[in-house]
Write a protein that binds this ligand. Structure first.
Ligand code: BES
Ligand code: ZN
Length: 454
């Protein structure tokens, strides 16, 4: 019988081919034109689990389906639940991709495609590690459940309901998610904190149609002027958010944690160089890692109004709008922030325009404990897979389900990210380093054993 490591080495090419198959499916959850593609990705996963002889079910939701599989052949051993997502972000702007987003292409040891790292490649490492165990030992060292959804990139709208309705079935000792990043190339990490989010759209309407800005400008409130004034009032020049009560529930960073962050080998010049910016920016009094990982923020995500075509047009637009979001830290409540924001915007709204505020997804930030046997098991597994011990970091992105798992199942999550900060997630030329894909599979394969060891 080959060992696990032999099996992984022998099947490396197959693992890459399988990932390419999944990446060719354009499972863009936000775009209704891709509805059938999203389902094809779910069906593809179902077939993967069938191949492993793992009982699997395609669970319908009001939105995109959830894939649930389980292997419960290790009575008495711990149970881990792997969560991942098979949906991806829209690929635009398309003309900035070197190779097309849904034609996975190898370049310089990386695989380029939408979803390569977020989250198809990372999620698949756990499916492939289960495959390695099933095809060699015929069993896994622990009980394993897989919950893979198709709506993560649109706020996991139907997942909470599914988890609440399936608490018995999803019961486990620990959740494992690979949908985050390493600290740096060759420096794996265990992530113990993520930010939450509160996402909004503001629409302003002025006159009944676009007007001549000479004839009417100065006498009619311009919705674009109103919008920019209102948005500008949400944050001051010190990077502090001005929504009343916004910081009330924010816990200050401890000195110990600030020292921990400062010890990490973060090079600000390299960071700026890689992003093509002259200087980092953010809230006064905090370092770049603190600002990105552990402080709340405000970002405009989209902004539109008026004339966008060639040359100039003297128009006073009838409408203006923006999408924007706050990243939140633990204890901040997205609902409370929504209420305070709405009241503030109503106060700021100038006469002559009307507003509509839409609230999209909201999720609280999370910090998970590090003093658990599961974290120690994960650290050993990562060392075996990556040849280097992990560092402990927080990250700025959001995975809404982490807090749901705590609330509904009473369990903590291991955030074991195999990605890199320059993987271009949500942007053109997303990639996943193939060596990290294989190291991730190896770490995952050892994780099941290490969790069993305790
Ligand atoms: N993989 C990311 C989450 C992430 C990003 C973790 C960066 C750590 C660092 C995930 O797929 C994602 O993008 N989530 C969304 C959630 C939102 C749509 C509710 C996010 O963070 O924008
Ligand atoms: Zn994402």
């Amino acid at each position: 019988m080959p060992t696990i490591d032999d099996y992984l080495a022998q099947h490396a090419a197959d693992f890459e081919d399988d990932l390419c198959q999944l990446l060719r499916i354009a499972s863009v959850s936000a775009d209704s034109r891709h509805r059938a593609d999203v389902r094809r990705a779910a069906d593809w996963l179902v077939e993967q689990f069938r191949g492993l002889k793992m009982p699997v079910e395609l669970c319908e939701t009001p939105g995109h389906p959830i894939v649930y599989a389980e292997w419960l052949g290790a009575p008495g051993a711990p149970t881990a639940l792997v969560y991942g997502h098979y949906d991806v972000q829209p690929p635009d702007p398309l003309d900035e991709w070197i190779s097309p987003p849904f034609e996975p292409t190898r370049r310089d040891g990386n695989l380029y495609a939408r979803g390569a790292t977020d989250d198809k490649g990372q999620m698949l490492t756990h499916v492939k590690s289960a495959q390695a165990w099933m095809q060699t030992a015929g069993r896994l060292p622990i009980n394993l459940k897989f919950l893979i959804e198709g709506e993560e990139e649109v706020g996991s709208e139907n997942l909470e309901q599914f988890i609440a309705a399936n608490r018995q079935r999803l019961a486990c000792d620990v959740v494992v998610i690979s949908d985050t990043s390493q600290f740096a190339p060759e420096q794996p990490a265990i992530t113990y904190g993520l930010r939450g989010i509160a996402y909004f759209e503001l629409r302003l309407t002025g006159p009944k149609q676009d007007l001549h800005s000479g004839t009417f400008g100065g006498g009619v409130m311009n919705p674009a002027n109103a919008l920019t004034q209102m948005l500008a009032a949400l944050i001051n020049s010190r990077g502090q958010i001005q929504v009343p009560g916004f910081y009330d529930d924010v816990e200050p960073l401890t000195d110990a944690e600030r020292r921990q962050f400062a010890k990490l080998a973060f090079n600000e010049n390299e960071f700026c160089g890689e992003l093509g910016i002259a200087a980092a920016a953010g809230e006064t009094g905090f370092s770049t890692l603190e600002r990105r990982w552990a402080r709340p923020t405000f970002d405009i995500n989209g902004l539109w109004s008026g004339y966008q075509g060639e040359g100039s047009k003297t128009v006073l637009p009838a409408r203006a709008g923006a999408k924007f979001s706050f990243r939140l830290v633990p204890r901040q409540d997205p609902k409370k922030i929504h209420a305070a924001l709405e009241a503030m915007l109503k106060r700021l709204l100038p006469l002559g325009v009307s507003m509509e505020l839409l609230a999209y997804h909201g999720a609280p930030g999370v910090v998970v404990p590090l003093d658990s046997p599961y974290v120690k098991a994960a650290a050993r597994a990562i060392e075996r897979g990556f040849g280097r011990a992990p560092v402990y970091i927080r990250e700025g992105g959001s995975i809404p389900v982490v807090s749901t798992f705590r609330q509904q199942l009473g369990v903590d999550t291991l955030l074991l990210g195999w990605g890199l900060n320059d993987d271009n997630t949500h942007s053109p030329n997303e990639k996943f380093c193939l060596a990290d894909y294989h190291r991730g599979i190896k770490a995952s394969a050892h994780l099941w054993e290490e969790i069993n060891r305790g």
